[in-house]
Ligand binder design. Structure first.
Ligand code: GDP
Length: 193
């Protein structure tokens, strides 16, 4: 993918603020600190379009990015950040649910997990919920550069087992730019469909 234009459009707190021109959307979600902003920036070749936040869990809105005037990346709030109140957590969860359930232009959901660790309880529960939806799901295993080459197949297998899933798992490193072309190929195939 040649990214000619990538712009931040809106941080939406209400569905009424969601863009309504129907461009296809890829939604990214994962625990705070999993590397979501870094991945978005790297995919788009922008330094700090999606802010890499020093304070995990700071992003509490749904952020829409418009790419090549042809599709969008949608950055969903990071989940599992302990320092926010239960009520706040429930509010994010409700907003994310609503987006995932209702959003017509959504073509794929990318759930990020850290390749070094077994998925958390939240990761597992959310994955199970995503599989119930009518939208294709892909797991992206981040921070690939943090594990030795020989460990990769085992880590991926363990993640697959823990999530009890058959969806494709894409190991990537945003930092070292590994696996990004493969991920773009997947997204391009969605757009060609
Ligand atoms: P977010 O909360 O999911 O948006 O996570 P960030 O993108 O802010 O990243 C959280 C931390 O992980 C930051 O310190 C990043 O520098 C680091 N990080 C992100 N991607 C990678 C990666 O591919 N490799 C390594 N080693 N660190 C990464």
């Amino acid at each position: 993918m040649i990214v000619r234009g990538a712009e931040f459009e809106i941080s939406a707190v209400r569905p009424q603020q969601w863009p309504d021109d129907g461009l296809p959307e890829f939604a990214f979600l994962g625990r705070s600190n999993v590397g979501k902003s870094t991945l978005l920036n790297r995919l788009l070749n922008r330094k700090a379009l999606a802010r890499v936040s020093a304070q995990p869990g700071k992003t509490r809105q749904i952020n829409f990015f418009r790419i090549n005037d042809a599709f969008r990346f949608v950055d969903l709030p990071g989940y599992g950040y302990a320092a926010v109140s239960k009520r706040e957590r429930e509010q994010f969860a409700k907003m994310i649910d609503r987006y995932l359930l209702e959003r017509e232009p959504l073509v794929r959901i990318l759930q990020l997990v850290d390749i070094r660790h077994l998925p958390s309880k939240d990761d597992v529960a959310i994955h199970a919920g995503l599989l119930e939806l009518d939208v294709p799901v892909t797991v992206v295993a981040t921070k690939l550069d943090k594990v030795g080459k020989s460990q990769i197949p085992k880590q991926v297998r363990d993640i697959r087992d823990a999530l009890q899933t058959r969806v494709e798992i894409y190991p990537i490193s945003a930092e070292k730019r590994l696996g990004l072309d493969e991920l773009w190929t997947l997204l391009e195939s969605d757009l060609d469909r």
